[in-house]
Design a protein around this ligand. Structure first.
Ligand code: CO8
Length: 269
C-alpha cells in the first residue's frame, strides 16, 4: 500500500504498525493548516485498509517529533491571521480529521510525548488508546486565549474522563501531568521515556495483529456508533455488529480453531 508523502508528517511502516509523526518541532508540532491538510489526505488513504481483505497495517501510532511535545495545539500564530469564519472552518476541518480517525478500521494509539495541549489533547482524544511518556502534559488552555476548545475537546474529554474533571481542565486551563492523566483515566499507561513509549505502542499493535482484523474493526465501528445512543438503541447497534461479525470468514475460522484446539489463522475477511 502506498501511503503517500506529506510535508508535515513522517511515516514509518514498522511491521504491522504505521507510525505517523507530526513533524513541526520548531513550533512544538502545532497543528498548522498544512498539518490538518496532510492528516486529511493520509486518513483518506488509510480508510481503504481492509478492503478486499488487505491489512498491511493493524494499528496506527500517532506521535510528535522530538522529546518535548506531542502537539502544542492549533497554530496560534496562524490562527491570529484569521477572521472568526476562517478560524471556525479550520476547526471544522479538524473535526473531520478526528471523525476520520474514529472511523478508521484499525485502532489508533496516541503516543503522547511532552505537551498535548488544546488541539493536541483533542487529537489524542480521537485516538482509541492514549499512551504517555512521564513528561507528558495534557491540557485545554483555550480560555487563556479567550477561546473555547474547537477540535472536539468539550465533547470528547467528558466522555473519556469524568464530566467534572473535564470541566475543571477546560475552565481552569491547568495542564495535568502524566500520572494524574493516568489516575483520571485519560491515559491508558505511562512509560519512562519516549523510546519506551514507542516500544509499548508497537507491542500493542503487534498484539492486535494476532487478532481477527475484521472483529477488531467491527468492535471499533460499533463502539463509535453507540456513543450518545440510548441503551436500547446501542444494544441494537451491538446486535447488528455481532450479526455481521458472525458472518465473517474470520469468525468461522476463530470458532473452528477453538473447537479443534488449534491457533486461529484469520484470513482477514
Ligand atoms: N502555535 C504556534 N506556535 C507555537 C505553539 C502553538 N500552539 N506552541 C508553541 N509554539 C512555538 C512558540 O511560539 C515558539 O516559537 P519561537 O521559537 O519561534 O518563539 C516555539 O514553539 C517553542 O515554544 P516556547 O518557546 O513557548 O516553549 P516553552 O517551553 O517556553 O513553552 C508551551 C511551551 C508551554 C507549550 C508554550 O509554547 C505554549 O503555551 N504554547 C501554546 C499552547 C496552547 O495554548 N495551545 C492551545 C492552542 S489553542 C487550540 O489548540 C484550540 C484549538 C481549537 C481552535 C479552533 C479553530 C481555530
Amino acid at each position: 500500500m502506498d501511503f503517500g508523502t506529506y510535508p508535515t508528517l513522517q511515516l514509518e511502516h514498522a511491521g504491522p504498525a504505521l507510525i505517523v509523526t507530526v513533524n513541526r518541532p520548531e513550533a512544538l508540532n502545532a497543528l498548522a493548516g498544512q498539518v490538518v491538510e496532510d492528516l486529511t489526505q493520509l486518513l483518506l488513504v488509510l480508510s481503504e485498509l481492509g478492503r478486499e481483505g488487505q491489512w498491511p497495517v493493524r494499528g496506527v501510532i500517532l506521535t510528535g517529533a522530538g522529546e518535548k511535545s506531542f502537539v502544542a495545539g492549533a497554530d496560534i500564530v496562524e490562527m491570529n491571521t484569521m477572521d472568526a469564519q476562517a478560524a471556525t472552518e479550520y476547526g471544522r476541518k479538524m473535526h473531520r480529521v478526528t471523525l476520520a480517525l474514529e472511523a478508521l478500521p484499525v485502532p489508533v494509539i496516541a503516543a503522547v510525548n511532552g505537551f498535548a495541549l488544546g488541539g493536541g489533547c483533542e487529537l489524542a482524544l480521537a485516538c482509541d488508546y492514549i499512551y504517555a511518556s512521564s513528561n507528558a502534559r495534557f491540557g485545554q488552555p483555550e480560555v487563556n486565549l479567550g477561546l473555547v476548545p474547537g477540535f472536539g475537546g468539550a465533547v470528547r474529554l467528558p466522555r473519556r474522563v469524568s464530566p467534572g474533571m473535564a470541566r475543571e481542565m477546560i475552565f481552569s486551563a491547568r495542564p495535568i501531568k502524566a500520572d494524574e492523566a493516568y489516575r483520571i483515566g485519560l491515559v491508558n499507561a505511562v512509560f519512562d521515556n519516549k523510546a519506551a513509549l514507542l516500544e509499548a505502542a508497537q507491542e500493542a499493535v503487534a498484539e492486535l495483529a494476532t487478532k481477527s482484523p475484521t472483529a477488531v474493526a467491527n468492535a471499533k465501528a460499533a463502539m463509535s456508533a453507540m456513543v450518545g445512543l440510548s441503551t436500547v438503541d446501542a444494544l441494537e447497534v451491538e446486535s447488528t455488529s455481532f450479526h455481521s461479525a458472525f458472518l465473517t470468514e474470520d469468525s468461522v475460522e476463530g470458532r473452528n480453531a477453538f473447537v479443534a484446539k488449534r491457533a486461529a489463522q484469520f484470513p482477514g475477511s
